[in-house]
Write a protein that binds this ligand. Structure first.
Ligand code: HEC
Length: 152
């Protein structure tokens, strides 16, 4: 019966450990986290492209991956907390200095990704490909162009 107690102690330690880290480390965490989520979004895009190319075929693949992107688009606005604008990041200062512009492109992303997920439900592959392209340009591309620094 000591195991659960040990687990609880370890958890408490972890939680207090988290609280004790300085603000800087938390901001670095926010950067890492958003890059991880962005990578996931990119991964789902790649997975859909693979399915369309016939690299894989499993039930509901396009539905699953497009739904995942639409869900992740809902958290996009939370990935850029104040203070996470320095260090190992390609996020541009404009995200915080032009919050209204940034908000707009996040909304475009949410609308376009929801549209893609809806088309996936219907199963029209041609329409799906067209919408995937549109989202890639009008959401991913548009935001990256304005708000993401090119890799040095
Ligand atoms: C609202 C703006 C916005 C939208 C929309 C957006 N991104 Fe990003 N993305 C960014 C920013 C900013 C970064 C840089 C993050 C950083 O370095 O902290 C980024 C980084 C990335 C990265 C690199 C992650 C890494 O560090 O390895 C990938 C991959 C990516 N995005 C894919 C996508 C795809 C695919 C879409 C569309 C389905 C998309 N993004 C939509 C803003 C956006």
């Amino acid at each position: 019966m000591t195991k659960p107690i040990l687990k609880a102690a370890a958890l408490a330690f972890a939680v207090f450990g988290l609280i004790a880290v300085p603000a800087i480390a938390q901001e670095e965490g926010a950067i890492k986290h958003r890059q991880t989520v962005m990578k996931s979004i990119g991964g789902h895009m790649g997975a859909m492209a693979g399915i369309l190319k016939g690299q894989a075929n499993y039930p509901d693949g396009l539905k699953i991956h497009s739904r995942a992107i639409a869900d992740l688009a809902k958290v996009a606005a939370y990935l850029f907390p104040k203070g996470s604008d320095f260090g190992e990041t390609q996020a541009k200062e404009e995200i915080w200095s032009k919050p209204e512009d940034f908000k707009k492109v996040v909304q475009v992303f949410q609308v376009e990704s929801a549209k893609l997920a809806k088309i996936a439900e219907g199963g029209d592959i041609k329409a799906f490909e067209a919408q995937m392209k549109a989202m890639g340009t009008d959401a991913c591309g548009a935001c990256h162009k304005t708000f993401r620094e090119k890799k040095k």
